[in-house]
Design a protein around this ligand. Structure first.
Ligand code: PLP
Length: 388
């Protein structure tokens, strides 16, 4: 299956980190919930009970994959909502018992869902430490430990960076935080396709996953929250999802999401390897033949599907139409900010200020073929020679 209905003339999609197509399995799993098992799972009647039983089953399946209990899975509409719930919810709950302003520790390469939530909380007097990363894009466990204060209520660190694909040492951070009362929330949105997402193995208190990055539909995400972790709701309403995410559950999308989760777990033994082999072909070809271009971030220590290339003399804003003209669809930053020609905070954070406006993310996925990657690499080479 190809997202352009197998019509390669439509172009080459290399923006899987922004969003993925919905897999056949996920799409099929959704069907039952549109006009058949469509009742509101909170309704008391028999069709409502049937929908509730299906929701319980889906929750149990998601929990099994995460090494969690069904009580620890909160279905929400998006990863952004989940992140807000984890961060704002923890601050709100702890504010009730703390005498001083709560403190949050995070990194300076987080997604805007985390950074803008923290910035917003700062306006309310919350104290936030943004721990810097190394030139390769990694946060140090010691730096996190050193940032801890007695009023730290939450540490939020992304598992995988969405722009440069670097993998953060989550297990080690969780180990160190055992000595502190603060909760650890992990944004695992970009990690789920390639890395272990067993929350118990990772040792995290909360973890965010998103459906539309793993070949599920848009409109569903989940917050894993360990049973003893206390957070307050951030939206008021019908008290669904154990009072933590009011609003009728989006059953078709949750069903598609859970099916996609099962599918990525089944594919993990082989898909990451295949994608990694394609990435190697692309990087070697582009770095050996391109002009005035280079790789941002580590060559090895990143998720298999991520490549981030800087062009010395041309902005990503100018580059995107050039790639569009070649029908090669890449990203000029993270999806949420790529229409704003702001320099990338991630490229800046790794000390490459001069390329913060000149970098292109290429993200591979399930349908990417060797042929696609070779053609895309040749387009990179051509553009680098013609416009530098
Ligand atoms: N976190 C990371 C690392 C992401 O890459 C994204 C989306 O790009 C999000 C959070 C937010 O996801 P959504 O826009 O689906 O809410």
């Amino acid at each position: 299956m190809n997202f352009f209905n197998n019509n390669k003339n439509e172009g080459i999609y290399l923006d899987y980190a922004a969003t993925t197509p919905v897999s056949e399995r996920a799409r099929k799993a959704m069907e039952a919930y549109f006009s058949n098992n469509f009742a509101n799972p909170s309704s008391l009647h028999i069709p409502g009970q049937k929908a509730e039983a299906s929701l319980d089953e889906l929750r149990e399946e998601a929990a099994n994959i995460l090494g969690a209990s069904w009580k620890e899975i909160i279905f929400v509409p998006s990863a952004t909502y989940s992140i807000n719930l984890a961060i704002r919810g923890a601050v709100k709950a702890k504010k009730k018992i703390l005498k001083e302003a709560p403190h949050i520790v995070t990194t300076n390469i987080e997604h805007s869902a985390v950074l803008n939530t923290c910035r917003d909380l700062e306006k309310e007097g919350v104290d936030v430490t943004y721990v810097p990363v190394s030139k390769e894009g990694f946060v140090s466990v010691l730096d996190i430990q050193n940032a801890m204060k007695k009023n730290t209520v939450l540490v939020s660190v992304m598992y995988v960076n969405n722009e440069i694909g670097t993998v953060q040492p989550i297990k080690e951070i969780a180990e160190v935080l055992k000595d502190f009362p603060a909760y650890l929330h992990v944004d695992a949105v970009q990690a789920a396709n390639y890395l272990g997402i067993n929350a118990t193995d990772l040792g995290v208190d909360m973890m965010t996953l998103s459906s539309h990055k793993i070949y599920g539909p848009k409109g569903a995400a989940l917050l894993y929250k360990k049973e003893n972790v206390e957070i307050s709701p951030i939206v008021t309403g019908g008290d669904q999802e154990r009072k933590l995410s009011s609003g009728t559950e989006n059953m078709p999308c949750i069903a598609g999401f859970v099916e996609a989760l099962k599918e990525i777990e089944e594919l993990k033994p082989r898909e990451p390897e295949q994608i990694l082999a394609l990435r190697k072909i692309f990087i070697d070809r582009v770095l050996n033949n391109g002009k005035n271009i280079g790789l941002n971030g580590s060559n090895e220590q990143r998720v298999p599907n991520n490549i981030n290339i800087y062009f010395k003399n041309i902005s990503s804003e100018a580059l995107i139409p050039l790639f569009d003209a070649e029908k090669v669809y890449v990203s000029g930053g993270s999806a949420c900010t790529s229409r704003t020609p702001e320099p990338s905070h991630v490229i800046k954070a790794i000390g490459r200020e001069e390329y913060a406006k000149n970098s292109i993310r290429v993200s591979l996925g399930r349908e990417t073929s060797k042929e696609d990657i070779e053609r895309a690499a040749d387009v990179f080479i051509k553009i680098s020679k013609e416009h530098n």
